[in-house]
Design a binder for this molecule. Structure first.
Ligand code: PRP
Ligand code: URA
Length: 366
């Protein structure tokens, strides 16, 4: 494989950088180095961040950065997703950073080593392969946090939690929280938020190849396999989310589950269940704007599993940490999508700050 390597330094590393460029041109054939790109910047953060962006976006394969100690470059580069930068001021560290950490950037300290050590460090770094195995498993844990920072807070279950930070969604969530929002606006907003969330939720929906005739030619295209989706609102409040999905995926089948929370015990009481016959073959989205204690969600998931449903996600608009933990403890296979994550539940099991009783606000029964 041909390598593109970015190099850069701050004011302390000019002599070392010259040695580095000289060495890389001497060994370019040996290590398949196709191109060495020199990056400039006002100070080490600019140099490190432009190198890290180049590596992260695959514009270049690796980078070598030089500042006083290597530490500043390393800290800055590691802010960018996909970067595994290591300070390597000895050949041994350079080799280990490849073997164990699959380092794609190394940072070197010009105040700590002489330029003459540069070739030895780079030689080890270029000639050592990543060992994979247990080291790959460890790196996967770090990547999981990059993909979804909540995996830190929720451990492994954070990998099955998506919180939508899109400004439009957050803007509309602020409006439904407002106690002065009218029933009509509340209803419209719940639908709009659900539609916006569907973009991400259906990312893995199967597609089928189709042919389309444009005014100019027949071309290959893809269509969503809408028939493979079932949406199951939990009555009442989940009903408010249905249209937001059907407007985009009209072929989806709709099941219904009726549950209400006992006001004393907060336990869900089932009063209705009608699911599509082929629920076992479909991707299932359970809809309910509120995930509070998690009792209703868990009961809904259990009902669907009892009827053969397997590929289940839970879609809500406001979630409490208590509900997320309960669903993930009892149904670790279920992915939760929520527009926002609130602080806690009050003594009556209501989400704080929340929006009050979602069913009442949707149907004007307050
Ligand atoms: C609300 C909400 C959920 C449930 C969430 O329904 O729509 O279904 O509470 O709370 P939980 O996570 O603690 O179970 P509610 O029981 O008020 O019934 P409704 O939709 O008929 O008003
Ligand atoms: N159900 C609601 O409608 N709101 C809450 O805050 C909790 C449960």
């Amino acid at each position: 494989m041909l390598l593109k390597i970015a190099v850069g330094c701050d004011h302390t590393g000019i002599e070392h950088l010259n040695e580095l460029k000289k060495y890389l041109s001497e060994v370019s054939l040996e290590y398949g180095i196709e191109e060495v790109v020199e990056l400039n910047g006002e100070d080490y953060p600019e140099v490190a961040l432009s190198a890290a962006n180049a590596v992260s976006s695959h514009t270049t394969d690796r980078a070598v950065l030089i500042c006083g100690t290597g530490i500043g470059m390393c800290i800055a580069a590691n802010k960018v997703k996909g970067i595994r930068a290591a300070v390597c001021n000895t050949p041994e560290l350079a080799a280990i950073s490849r073997k164990h950490n699959d380092s794609n950037i190394i940072a070197i300290g010009a105040r700590l080593i002489t330029p003459s050590l540069i070739p030895q460090i780079i030689e080890k770094w270029l000639s050592t392969d990543f060992e994979g195995g247990r080291h790959a498993e460890r790196l996967n844990k770090i990547s999981a946090v990059e993909e979804n920072p909540l995996s830190l807070k929720y451990g492994k279950s954070g990998e099955r939690l998506t919180i939508f930070d899109h400004p439009l969604i957050q803007h509309k969530v602020a409006m439904i929280r407002n106690k002065n929002t009218s029933v009509k606006d509340f209803r419209d907003l719940i639908q709009e938020i659900t539609s916006l969330m569907v973009y991400e939720i259906t990312r893995y929906l199967p597609t089928v190849p189709i042919k389309v005739e444009t005014p100019l030619a027949i071309t290959d295209a893809v269509a969503c396999e809408g028939r493979s989706l079932a949406i199951v609102p939990i009555i009442r409040a989940g009903i408010g989310m249905v249209e937001g999905i059907l407007q985009l995926i009209p072929n989806a089948k709709v099941g219904h589950i009726g549950l209400y929370r006992d006001t004393e015990t907060l336990n869900p009481i089932e009063y209705y269940c009608k699911l599509p016959d082929d629920v076992n073959e479909r991707e299932i989205l359970i809809l309910d704007p509120m995930l509070a204690t998690g009792g209703s969600a868990v009961a809904g998931i259990e009902l669907i599993k009892k009827h053969g449903g397997q590929k289940i996600s839970f879609v809500c608009i406001i979630a409490a940490p208590e509900g997320i933990t309960k669903v993930h403890e009892e149904h670790p296979d279920v992915h939760i999508y929520t527009a926002t994550l609130d602080s806690h539940l009050n003594d009556h099991g209501y989400i704080v700050p929340g929006l009050g009783d979602a069913g009442d606000r949707l149907f004007g029964t307050e």
